[in-house]
Design a protein. Sequence first.
Length: 218
Amino acid sequence: MLYVVNCGFLKSVMIDEFGNEQILSFPMKGDLFGIDGIHTKKYTSEAVALSSCDIILIPFSKFAAIGRTNPILETALYGLMSRELIREQGMITMLGSLTVEARVARFLVSLSERFSAIGYSGKAFNLPMTRREIGNYLGVTLETASRTLSAFNELGLISVDQRSIYIHDLNALKTLRRLPPSRARIEQAEKKAAAAAANYVPSQQQPSATMREQMAVV
């Protein structure tokens, strides 16, 4: 059986004999999974829903039969399979060659592009997965994933509120290789706070309408 996500979010995981879970992907609307069962007719991974989902089931035998008479449908489904393989290859490359900060940045970029592709905002979205699940997927700890997101927030690249993400500088995330030293981030945050304080006028210090009228008369 092949599975196409019509709506909702899932995670595909592989669990070893010791019960350790490794997240392989986060399928969302338009994605295909279950390809790993074609060769041996036995799945090597499991899918877990992260939200309410609507899944379309396609028996592979029927797909193969329809494909012989409907080449357009066959080509479309093979295209989905190819896209999933390309994503997996990109993930392997990312884990082997990028720093932790760059992995988290590329992950946000990937989510942004995927949300945009299915008609949602690519700059403001809610993470369907937890920080722990992000860390598992990227090969880092929960603490590291959380610290990196907080650092991006300090630098003004994103805004973070629980699971809500707003991306301010997508290009910077695409090209990010390594974060500046923590001291530099602190100094930058302090400068931003000082600038905001300098431009802030407390409401109690602002002249009232009556005072403005009196001043105008004088």
